[in-house]
Write a protein that binds this ligand. Sequence first.
Ligand code: DGI
Ligand code: FE
Ligand code: FE
Length: 396
Amino acid sequence: MNRIGLLGGTFNPIHKGHLNIAKSALKELDLDEVWFIPNGCPPHKTIDNNITAISRYNMVFDTIKDVPGFVIKDIELSSLDYNYTHDTLRMLSDKYPDTKFYFIIGEDSLDSFANWRKPDIICKYATILVATRSDNNDNIKDRIDKLSKRFNGEFILLNCDFVDVSSTDIREKIRLNEAVADDIDPGTLKYINNHMVYEDIDINSNTPYLTIMDDLSKILKPTRFEHTIGVMHTAINLGMRYDVPLEMCRYAGLLHDAAKSYTKEELIAFCEDKHIEITDSEYKAPHLLHGKVGAYIAQNKYNINDERILNAIINHTTGRPEMTLLEQIVFVADYIEPRRSKAFRLNEIRAMAYYNIDIATAMILKDTINYLKDIDAFIDDKTIKTYEYYQSKISE
Ligand code: DGI
Ligand code: FE
Ligand code: FE
């Protein structure tokens, strides 16, 4: 018989408290696995900061994917209403009849347990594991005894080094730009940074995008302007798919080719004039500079000061190893936007972009390098490095 621990919750975000409890449960009770079950988005419970259920799910996934014994389950994501523990447990025991489930709760939930929906059903389908600090257990044992008699259930105390962190505090710290490395795992932190979770995205000082659009429609050739709008909308779409703030995608997509009307000579003169560094590669293929010049225009003409947007514009032609998700989104959107038609296997890359953006990125770089070889063009080392990075990332 399998022995499985269950840890449900909002995980907004998942933190070291959750991880410690799960680790203790796995070890102390010699469980086969602990299943993390992020709950869905119930209609009558507001989740702070509009973070989506998928995003919380992905954040848990990124955090535990390499931990032996930790497994993520999406069973509560598909529910259209609030998830009740008794429903989830009934469903699980139907589906896994040969498994003994241990439902993990914190000691702070002991008081409210009797008021949960159908505690007797919960006790019927699972043993309740009560996570507690190693000290002052007497009073807890008492409370557990009472609950156990009342609902005819099995309750087990799980002593663990409780890490004193709360998701609410973590969200607040992130908003205030304070360090959270002690509270959450590196995988969680990476997810939060990459997706800009819990941040207030402030676009109020940016020039309104309609004004920029109007401007660009006069500066760029009509086909280039149409491409620009295509990249903007495609970037927004990818932002929806990968949970990146849409306004960041919008501005980066809209401005990525802002300097595309400049000739090679003008790009070099512009950079020399503004003391923008020109690499050897960029001297050999000056059109590569339109990213850097575009970012300069975005900042100085349209008042975009967010480095993350500026970097997405700067890196959109060659990419770079370890791009942020926003950079990757603009890089891929530039290649797949609906107006594009010439590239080899474009339909494959378009579909892949929405399935796995790392694979799509590697495909684009591979095809670009092959194309540049075919036409005997100079290839920037950065393009090669970026290709090698994503090629090895997807084959991990
Ligand atoms: O500005 P867009 O045309 O929308 O797209 P882009 O900024 O990706 O530029 C596309 C061109 O840049 C395309 O012809 C391929 C070329 N390119 C990408 N990497 C390199 C490169 N050209 C050279 N010479 N070297 C590169 O490493
Ligand atoms: Fe470009
Ligand atoms: Fe472009």
